[in-house]
Design a protein around this ligand. Sequence first.
Ligand SMILES: Cc1ncc(C[n+]2csc(CCOP(=O)(O)OP(=O)(O)O)c2C)c(N)n1
Length: 632
Amino acid sequence: MLDQIHGPADLRSLSYEELDALAGEIRTFVVDAVDAAGSGHLGSNLGAVELTLALHRVFDSPRDLILWDTGHQAYVHKIVTGRQEDFATLRKAGGMSGYPSRHESEHDWVENSHASTILSYAHGLACARDAGTLPEVAPSVAVDDDADARPDRRQIVAVIGDGSMTGGMAFEGLNNLGHSGRNVIIILNDNGRSYAPTVSRLGESLARLRLNPSYLRRQARVERMLHDMPIVGDRLERAVEATKAAVREMWEPPAFFENLGVRYSGPFDGHDIEGLERALRHAAELDDGPVVVHVVTQKGKGHEPAESDTIKHLHDIGGVKPGSYTAAFTEALIKEADERPELIAITAAMPDSTGLLPFGERFPGRCVDVGIAEQHAVTMAAGMAMGGLRPVCAIYSTFLTRAFDQLNLDVGLHGLPVVVCLDRAGITGDDGPSHHGILDMVLCTKVPGLTMFAPSSYQELGVMLHDALELTDGPAVLRWAKTAAPSVTPDQVGHGLHARKVRAGADVCLVGVGKMLAACEAAADELEADGIRATVWDPRVVKPLDPDLIADAATHRLVVTVEDGLRDGGVGSAIADRVGEQALGAAAPVVRVLGVPSAYLAHGKPDAILADLGLDAAGVVAEVRRSLAALG
Ligand SMILES: Cc1ncc(C[n+]2csc(CCOP(=O)(O)OP(=O)(O)O)c2C)c(N)n1
């Protein structure tokens, strides 16, 4: 049946039995596609199959706007909006994105995969709709036929998970939307999970609500009553009020939403298409402000390995690999925590992929999951440090940009010893532009008093975490890539805030930041075969820069710096500055800075993207040859 679905209109003629069969086919398709891609989001998509089908049958996308928070759960949306064949290239270079993509389809509006944004987008789009500036889209024939019963208004439908509801922006959006009274339908896709179980009292209340049999019976009664009534005027009003009164009596979430000016309806079974459609139609008929439709889904539904994965219901596939920087962090953190009872680890809803799960098992009560709330995590860490604890925040590099203000002012200005550990730094690849961790060095190196480390091996990470925790008068940041970490001997490990000279040569000085050290060493080998002798430095600490590194670099006529972060304003440009000052009055060396350009880089394999940018051994060799030739 799946091959008959070329667009949302093809769904509308199907019976509920056919839809159930289609849902099964879609699940098999998604599992196979993620398996073939070797990466991708699984559990979240398997849980959203029926919801997506119901949304596309009730609403007329793209005339109605279906907006996905984070976007990792939009595979089914892609499947039913004509992109089945593109799944063969899922997350591959030049192929289909793992998130909604405006370039791919008119059904996709938002492609930023940082969480908790969708209520703000929805509010803005509702303002544009109400102002009449939203670009026109003709209604599709099928929906036009039965649209008479509904207000002639383009619907704005924002789908947000219970995990993403824990983010500050979502609360800000909800508050403002409720106050504005704009008509927006919010689908709260509640599976009780972020990556890990969702950490929030609202989440707990939602769970109580959805698990309480007497509530559900009463809810079902009210639902039946609503369903049996002609949907007009006063009587609908009265029925809705009855629903509200019924749920308000005892349960907090409805009151939580309604106190903010947002109607609440639910909870509805997110795998019952017919019931979902009824709920969505009712929501569409309301005309007095935003409404939350609370939908209960099961993450990973219909795929045994996902259903039985108690850690993350196969949110995505793959885990922490032995020998990775993340594994080194886990090991080092546990070692440090053994010695430092005041050490606390903090995660923003990602305890598994940041390597904190073994820490949490070993030290229950010393691992805090704050929800998808990076800003709060960093300022909470500031408070902890003020009070004498030693917080270590484990965050993906790309998500720290959310909390830069907090790092700069709440932590930095107060000179607090907070340690921030950034995983997935550099070019991350498959997830595309919103997930590359390329801003961290540019941003963090501007925070006064902050020390920043970039480990180049498994062993360095442990040494650096220890040294970072020894600092007591300001923040420290460590950043590392997802890739395997080189394993080195004790004599290949530095110490303190010193850079490490890896080898000496008179013709060129190569400086390789973090994992780029390996590219510089390989380039030095290749150049040596050509008679070009290279010095190689591992800066280790990218702020403050070691004066010995600067002084030595300044004795070469050519310096080439290599980093997997943004080139402009990054470590290389700071080195170039300092080398220029050092050589003042003498013949200053030429410093070539290699790094990532300011651009939204599409998805692809990290090594291939780096190679395209000249950030591999071959790129370094080419740069050295070109520059030496120009110098004559
Ligand atoms: C700002 C930010 N922090 C962290 C993440 C990583 N992340 C992606 S999906 C996700 C969990 C989302 O949970 P939920 O919204 O409930 O959706 P579900 O996958 O459970 O359907 C997290 C933490 C992110 N995308 N954005």
